[in-house]
Write a protein of this length. Structure first.
Length: 512
């Protein structure tokens, strides 16, 4: 995913020219920090120079982001940035690529000077021991093969079996508990989300796996059996990645909350069910990057609220309080720097005090050349009862993408299962899945956890994780979905992933 990091920029070559010939560079560097605070904090948290290494700032982030603030080598370069499809209209309306610089070259040079000079050569990343053998789970590899594995949807069916979507073959597949195919439907690219309702399934399709603002995404209704009567109910969505269904205005009709991640445009919106097969779109936040949505009554007033994770530019978690009659009030409860790579959010009361807490992961690393980052990992934020959240735990995990908190081994202590899509492939590939077994009492002490992976962790590149009692034996099993992208720098392991063709696997819990 491409993250819109709208902050300071100029081309590295221009910076180097200025650096070599301007004798006032020290003064300009001191001015740069103040200018960065002035110009950048209006859109997102102010990033510090040590959030990225010097090479990433100089050769990737700053040159790339120059386009968003009106700096181009030639007028033709600006024109080349448009997609030449209906997305261009959104880009022009939002003024994503300004025709003229938004402020002076002098200010840009000072900001550039500040970040380049103060960035470290390399980020320091904490390491931890991971046991390769896992005594808690047994690996089950299904006979289903897809080459290359391109899993965009993996979700357990509460009635047994599972749902699976593959972007490469453009299929939506329903599997029985023995992995035999119950239903196989050719669909638009990228099934990403499924919602079950009595008698029907609502499936969300991105429309394009590759980043785009082209509004090709859709939500389709399928009957629980067969495909007769399937229909598109909402369309013209800009790369939707998550959908939730809930009667938000208490009129007895299911409404839809859709996260349109987009690329440089997108939004979070709720779609009011008008009762005649039509929906009215109501935008809650008109910015791209929304990636996760949950619907919970956060303030216990009897109305369902919307909680959303934004993972682009202005990264953070919002609560949209339901005021009734279709009205909502937005409140930002957590903000993260634009370099974090927010990847997942889960709302659950993990400390059992009656108030919903937040499990959050930072780990998306696909914008530029991936580097290991010390702030990637699993974060727990506890609710003080007023929907104010305080961080109580951080577990480092390079490229963390999702995390579940649950007493998996049923010993009375909460454990954490997590996946990474950007692990340290070179030195510790077992970071792809880590089971943090809780050997203490609470969830606030990192020393309470012992880390395990599993022997077959290198059989895929794990991007999706779900947990349910798949085998109906009374404990929670884990499923992992694999999507193959080239590892940078190349290591040859992706060829083995493609050859094996494993789209997902099950970690069967041995607690019972």
């Amino acid at each position: 995913m491409i993250r819109l990091i709208l902050f300071f920029v100029l081309f590295a070559a221009l910076h180097l020219l200025f650096w070599s010939c301007n004798p006032t560079k020290t003064k300009q560097e001191s001015e740069g920090k103040a200018l960065a605070a002035q110009y950048c904090q209006g859109c997102h948290l102010l990033p510090e120079p040590n959030h990225l290494d010097k090479n990433t700032w100089q050769n990737h982030v700053l040159p790339k982001m120059g386009h968003f603030l009106g700096f181009y080598k030639t007028p033709e370069e600006r024109l080349s940035l448009f997609e030449n499809n209906p997305a261009d209209e959104h880009l022009k309306i939002k003024n994503i690529y300004p025709e003229k610089p938004l402020f002076s070259e002098k200010d840009w040079l000072a900001i550039l000077d500040y970040y380049i000079k103060n960035a470290p050569e390399k980020l320091s990343v904490e390491t931890f021991k991971i046991e390769k053998n896992n005594p808690f789970f047994k690996t089950i590899i299904p006979p289903n093969k897809y080459s290359p594995p391109s899993t965009t949807l993996f979700q357990f069916n509460p009635n047994g079996g599972l749902y699976f979507g593959d972007a490469h073959t453009q299929q939506f597949i329903e599997l029985n508990a023995d992995f035999s195919i119950k239903r196989n439907i050719e669909v638009e690219e990228g099934a990403v989300c499924i919602n079950e309702m009595p008698g029907q399934l609502f499936v969300t399709f991105m429309g394009s796996f590759s980043p785009t603002d082209n509004p090709k995404g859709i939500v389709t209704s399928f009957p629980k059996q067969g495909i007769e009567g399937s229909k598109i109910i909402i369309d013209n969505l800009r790369r939707p990645v998550d959908t939730k269904v809930e009667d938000l205005n208490q009129d007895g009709l299911p409404d839809f909350v859709i996260a349109e991640f987009g690329k440089f445009t997108g939004c979070l919106a709720w779609h009011k069910n008008l009762g005649n097969g039509k929906f009215e779109k109501n935008i809650l936040w008109d910015k791209p990057g929304c990636t996760k949505v949950q619907i919970i009554d956060m303030n216990q007033d009897g109305l369902k609220d919307i909680i959303a994770l934004f993972a682009q530019a202005d990264e953070g978690i919002d609560i949209y309080y339901n005021l009734g009659k279709g009205n909502f009030k937005r409140e930002r409860v957590l903000s993260f720097p634009p370099s974090y790579g927010s990847s997942s959010m889960r709302i659950q009361d993990f400390n059992n005090d009656g108030f919903p807490d937040i499990v959050y992961t930072a780990g998306d690393n696909a914008d530029f050349l991936p580097i290991l980052k010390p702030y990637h990992g699993i974060y727990l934020f506890e609710n003080n009862g007023q929907n104010q959240f305080k961080q109580t735990l951080f577990l480092p995990l390079n490229g963390a993408y999702s995390a579940f908190i649950h007493d998996f081994d049923q010993d009375g202590k909460q454990d954490i299962a997590a996946i990474s899509f950007f692990p340290d492939f070179k030195n510790q590939i077992e970071q792809g899945f880590v089971f943090f077994h809780n050997q203490g009492i609470g969830l606030t002490n990192t020393k309470n956890f012992k880390a395990y992976s599993f022997p077959e962790v290198n059989k895929g590149r794990w991007i999706l994780m779900d947990a349910a009692d798949f085998d109906q034996d009374g404990d929670l099993d884990i499923g992992l979905g694999s999507l193959i992208m080239e590892v940078v720098p190349k290591m040859g392991i992706e060829e083995q992933w493609i050859k094996d063709g494993i789209p997902f696997l099950i970690l069967r819990n041995g607690a019972r």
